[in-house]
Design a protein around this ligand. Structure first.
Ligand code: TYD
Length: 222
């Protein structure tokens, strides 16, 4: 049986990486084999492209070129990491995926939606995530968290954008969740970490029923 595919999305400092890791750990306690990965990156080829994108080297080439580079990284990630894992029955949890391209390059970067859709078609095809969590926090909260985490380090290509950009991201993610309510769940990321984790767990349980996977009950019992 193909594994399940869960993605986490949200703006800067929304807590998605923390919750992706917490969910992976919890699924593992049920005996589920989980691959925790991220974008851009998640495979050797995609990590090279990540460096080009996040250092800002590609910024002068424009949002279209950046969208194409994110798609190239995604193609390698899918080919080398995600598809093989899902086909072997592992669950994949990915920190950012297609919705980041739709929102950052599409809505905010104003890249033609037809290009975004074509890139999705050739990279992802029908392999949409089974579930996508969108962690939603007010922009000042998210940016303050990102600043604390960064310490004295430099902002990356997207963290350095103006406040307006981050407000736009938040609106775009919410709009996306309204368009695809079956797949995308908005979670209030302001609540204490354990409360957020519990809400995520409840949704995973009701939608994907990890505890009911046939041969897992035996694994857990032994
Ligand atoms: P990263 O350092 O991984 O941190 P975080 O996910 O916690 O923000 O930064 C990835 C950056 O790349 C982030 O600012 C969003 C951006 N991004 C896009 O613009 N488009 C994409 O398709 C993806 C996957 C990421």
């Amino acid at each position: 049986m193909r594994g399940r595919f869960i993605t986490f999305e949200g703006g800067e400092g929304s807590g998605k990486s923390t919750h992706a890791a917490m969910l992976a750990a919890r699924l593992k306690t049920l005996g589920i084999d989980v691959v925790l990965t991220r974008e851009p990156g998640g495979s050797p080829g995609a990590e090279i492209i990540r460096h080009i994108l996040l250092s800002g080297l590609a910024k002068p080439l424009g949002a279209e070129t950046e969208a194409i580079l994110f798609a190239a990284a995604r193609d390698d990630h899918l080919r080398s990491t995600i598809r093989p894992a899902l086909e072997s029955g592992q669950w994949v949890i990915c920190d950012r995926f297609i919705d980041s391209t739709r929102v950052y390059q599409g809505t905010l970067g104003k890249v033609d939606p037809r290009l975004i859709q074509s890139l999705e078609r050739v990279t992802v095809g029908p392999l949409l995530p089974d579930l996508t969590f969108i962690l939603d926090v007010p922009v000042p909260v998210g940016l303050a968290r990102a600043t604390t985490r960064r310490g004295t380090g430099k902002t990356d290509r997207f963290e350095g954008e103006a406040m307006e950009f981050h407000e736009g991201l938040r609106r775009a993610y919410r709009a996306l969740a309204e368009q695809e309510p079956e797949r995308c769940i908005v979670i209030d990321g302001r609540a204490p970490k354990d409360v957020v984790a519990e809400r995520i767990w409840t949704t995973v349980n009701s939608r994907l029923q990890p505890e009911k996977i046939p041969d897992l009950a035996e694994n857990v019992a032994t």
